[in-house]
Design a binder for this molecule. Structure first.
Ligand SMILES: [Zn+2]
Length: 120
């Protein structure tokens, strides 16, 4: 875990350096900014990274749930009927979640196989 944390830290440093270099190339570094402006940017970028992290993590959870979806009522194998996207409110803002929607041929009810993994 400590090794992974160090790797993530290095990647974040590299990404931030890249973003700042890009700002400089657009001539944005000369604008007047104070410590409050910098702090606002810190929060904005931090939240943006957190939302993207949540979006991609949730997408992995919901796509894994799609294999052999079992009806939560009777346990029968459901059939995929489509996808549904909703916005999940997190402490870092809204994050889109796309879930597979299934139908149980036995009880004729719709269900989301990801319910057990990602919904709370
Ligand atoms: Zn069923």
């Amino acid at each position: 875990m400590a090794k992974n944390k160090a790797i993530v830290e290095e990647r974040v440093k590299a990404l931030v350096a890249e973003i700042l270099a890009e700002e400089e190339s657009f001539g944005l570094e000369g604008r007047r900014e104070n410590i409050d402006d910098i702090e606002d940017e810190m929060v904005r970028i931090g939240d943006m990274v957190a939302r993207e992290f949540g979006t991609q993590k949730l997408a992995r959870h919901t796509s894994n749930a799609c294999e052999n979806p079992q009806c939560p009522h009777c346990g029968s194998l459901g059939e995929l009927v489509g996808e549904e996207t909703r916005k999940l409110m997190t402490s870092r803002g809204l994050v889109p979640v796309t879930e597979a929607k299934c139908r149980c041929p036995k009880c004729r009810r719709h269900f989301f196989p990801s319910d057990r993994n990602a919904r709370s």
